[in-house]
Design a protein around this ligand. Structure first.
Ligand code: HEM
Ligand code: HEM
Length: 166
């Protein structure tokens, strides 16, 4: 049951992000188009990273042994990509932010909510990365919570940023 809710939520997020990015916001230049592609690819990688929480949650809660074993194997292989995904996503987002600040900022204004939620997302992403590295070096209860809360706040803010109309 939880599994289906999770699947449906993920699919809805994916479809709605595609709609927002490619249907509802037309672009006016090739550079902005590249900036949108950077953002689209980066949020896919971030979605996968945020999903680790739900995978670990299902592993913890599940009573069926075969589910625990199969998911644990999958989680282990996904965690191999966790840090590369974070770093590649971050590089793409930096290009995205730079392109948008350069090409769109002057048109919609640098204090437009789309811009401000963008700056905020970069800030939370930085904190998430920092917390991830701390946790990677030496995990503790506090470091686990810190990385998790940072990641969730980051996801909330970038979703607001994504859906904010311009
Ligand atoms: C300095 C930071 C940022 C600035 C100035 C910024 C600015 C913008 C602007 C102006 C758009 C609208 C582009 C258009 O549709 O023509 C946009 C779209 C988008 N941004 Fe950002 N952004 C920043 C950071 C981020 C971050 C950190 C994320 C995600 C982690 C992100 C994800 C997205 C996504 C997915 C879209 C596509 C939605 C749409 O087309 O409206 N952005 N951004
Ligand atoms: C886009 C950035 C990132 C996001 C959205 C993200 C998100 C997450 C989430 C949601 C979890 C599951 C947390 C839990 O259930 O307690 C997690 C686990 C973890 N993350 Fe990240 N993370 C990011 C970047 C990083 C980075 C850069 C590192 C390390 C250099 C890192 C290291 C870890 C480690 C070690 C775990 C624990 C895995 C385990 O328990 O086996 N993360 N991350």
């Amino acid at each position: 049951m939880v599994y289906y809710v999770w699947l449906v939520v993920n699919s809805l997020l994916l479809i709605s992000s595609l709609l927002v990015i490619w249907v509802s916001h037309p672009y006016d230049s090739a550079t902005v188009l590249a900036g949108k592609w950077f953002a689209q690819l980066a949020i896919l990688l971030f979605f996968i990273n945020v999903n680790m929480y739900f995978i670990f949650l299902v592993i913890r809660k599940s009573k069926a042994r075969h589910v625990k074993v199969t998911l644990s194997k999958r989680a282990r292989s996904m965690m191999k990509a966790h840090i590369p995904f974070a770093l590649v996503g971050t590089s793409m987002i930096l290009f995205h932010g730079a392109i948008m600040a350069w090409k769109v900022g002057a048109t919609i204004g640098f204090i437009h909510p789309k811009m401000v939620t963008g700056y905020g997302s970069v800030g939370l992403l930085t904190i998430t990365l920092l917390a991830g590295f701390l946790r990677h070096r030496k995990a503790s209860g506090f470091r686990r919570k810190f990385h998790l809360i940072a990641a969730m706040l980051f996801a909330c803010l970038f979703l607001i940023h994504l859906f904010w109309p311009i």
